[in-house]
Design a protein around this ligand. Structure first.
Ligand code: LMR
Length: 346
């Protein structure tokens, strides 16, 4: 089945499950509208504009303006300028913003099941991540959002997380001993991930990471290349290990009450545009991370180590206890799906 169609169908299944409306043809050509008639959608996120999520939010806003003749205005607030980590989900619940695209780890604030996506080496590549999140496990997770009054509109990529620090090359688990790392808030698993190697982890908002690295509050951090590059962490850190140990992706979510208040024709335009941007964003994420890694290499400021297959296997077996620990804390079906997927892709 064509990828676009499968994504639109997934969105329809999720939206039919959670709302009374389904997919209908787009109503086109609305008249020019007065400023006060417009529908304003505030889209808040925490990253720089020149990132997969930043560019996709802008593209979504531009397409929606064009396709509704300005009747719907999507206002994008990047880089935590409106709300930062720890504030965003409450703002969405209170209707102060209408769209967010938090990293999946941060949804663990709502339900611990989202930590399944943080399991190190859970996904061999982006396709195996998509197979997981676009399948029955994803629907289980999206339905969890419903009890908080949220609707999942799309799944955007960033890419695999890498690890930077200022003390030493990180090649084996023992190299982490005594070092501290920033992790995203809300996911207990990300803390355990560094603990199991003898390091420590400090959850903090993304907007605080640059200062924390600069002041030495933490020795290192994990993130995608696009975040390491666009926030200039690579200018503060001496060592970068290309570990591909975790997958950074986003769930684009809206407030269900707001969504259900929209006329059907607007829901259809937003839904179809979101499906189109999702495909575009996934390609852009791959391209940007590759391009920005090339620039980091050319800048030559950071010593880069790419984990060998043998080193990765040592990391992967050292991480194994995280799977059995999480299996006791979340719906075992999710871990079962993950293990089945890993067997297929290993
Ligand atoms: C982080 O907090 O490290 C990431 O979630 C930032 C982002 O949204 O990519």
């Amino acid at each position: 089945m064509d990828k676009t169609l499968s994504i639109i169908l997934r969105l329809c299944i999720v939206l039919i499950l959670l709302t009374s409306t389904g997919c209908r043809t787009r109503i086109v050509d609305r008249q020019q509208v007065a400023k006060d008639e417009r529908i304003v959608i505030r889209f808040s996120h925490v990253v720089a504009e020149n990132t997969p999520k930043g560019l996709a939010a802008k593209k979504f806003a531009e397409l929606v303006r064009e396709r509704t003749n300005g009747y719907v205005e999507v206002q994008v607030f990047p880089e935590s300028t409106l709300y930062k980590d720890g504030e965003e989900l409450k703002a969405l619940r209170n209707g102060e913003v209408q769209i967010l695209a938090p990293a999946t780890s941060k949804l663990s604030e709502l339900s611990p099941e989202w930590q399944v996506l943080d399991l190190p080496y859970a996904f061999q590549n982006s396709s195996s991540f998509h197979a997981f999140i676009d399948g029955p496990a994803g629907l289980l997770l999206f339905e969890k959002l419903q009890s908080y009054g949220f609707l999942a509109l799309a799944v955007w990529d960033n890419g695999f997380k890498q690890i930077t620090n200022n003390k030493r090359p990180l090649i084996y688990p023992k190299d982490f001993r005594g070092l501290s790392f920033r992790v995203m808030p809300s996911s207990r698993l990300l803390i355990d991930q560094f603990n199991v190697f003898g390091g420590s982890a400090k959850p903090m908002p993304f907007s605080d990471v640059y200062r924390a690295l600069k002041d030495g509050e933490v020795d290192g951090q994990e993130n995608s290349i696009s975040n390491i590059y666009t926030k200039e962490f690579s200018s503060l850190q001496r060592y970068l290990t290309l570990s591909n140990h975790g997958y950074l992706a986003y769930i684009v979510i809206t407030n269900a009450q707001f969504w259900n208040s929209l006329p059907d024709w607007i829901k259809n335009v937003l839904q179809e545009t979101m499906a189109e941007v999702e495909l575009w964003e996934r390609e852009k994420a791959k391209e940007l991370n590759e391009e920005q890694l090339r620039i980091i290499r050319q800048q030559g400021r950071v010593e880069i180590h790419t984990l060998s297959e043998g080193e990765r296997q040592i990391w992967e077996s050292a991480f194994e206890p995280l799977y059995s620990k999480l299996e006791k804390e979340v719906n075992p079906e999710l871990i079962k799906y993950l293990r089945q997927l890993k067997e297929k892709t290993d």
